[in-house]
Ligand binder design. Sequence first.
Ligand code: GLN
Length: 247
Amino acid sequence: MTKESVLRIALVLPDLLGTYGDRGNALVLAKRSSWRGTPAEIVTVLSSSEAVPDSCDIYLVGGGEDVAQHAAVRFLRDGGLRRATQAGAPVLGICGGLQVLGTGFRTGDGSYHEGLGLIDVVTEPGASRAIGEVVTESSVDGIGVLTGFENHLGRSRIAEGVQPLGQVVHGIGNGYDAVEGAVSGHVVCTYLHGPVLARNPVLADTMLEWAVGRPLEPLPEIDEIEELRAERTNRIKFRSRHPNAQR
Ligand code: GLN
């Protein structure tokens, strides 16, 4: 963290990759940090900005359309996001962001585009869009169940040595091997859209802990959120197993 003890959260290209209210993730991180006594600053990097600073503590790359993804790769290719990632800063990539951070992606028109290569994930278009609720069980230490909403054409194959973010309980996820998302070092990618950190505060806190380099004390309201989440998750799981049941 910066010496002034302000958490600096980079919201990367929300004008290109912000289709699903991805800015909400920056707000969640900022709030959870300030509730624990460390104020936060959201550094918004637009496509009209000079460059991405490499001095931020966390980087957020959201979802978007195919065309926006090419523009984002061009903008981000050699800049501060790469340097910060290599230095170990936590990075969250969502949907289009996952594909941009990855090795490469083929879009709906059949053309293949190199990604930033910050995580070894290759995306090909699927036969139809994956749309709907997702529930996964994360294999990442301490995270547990994650929930979200997906809406994507791409199907993403993760390379050996890249950990999935979770095993799919309900929904499509990456579309290969019943896994969802990808994790490599402090780079976390997921198809759980938009403000995934609002729905999954445990993921927000994991990324905050990586940013500050120490465990954080739990927040009092977390139990209540966790209860609501567990209840909702059980309902989705039930519907998944019993699609014709009334409940
Ligand atoms: N264009 C990508 C796809 O459909 C990403 C979409 C998104 O970010 N929702 O796979």
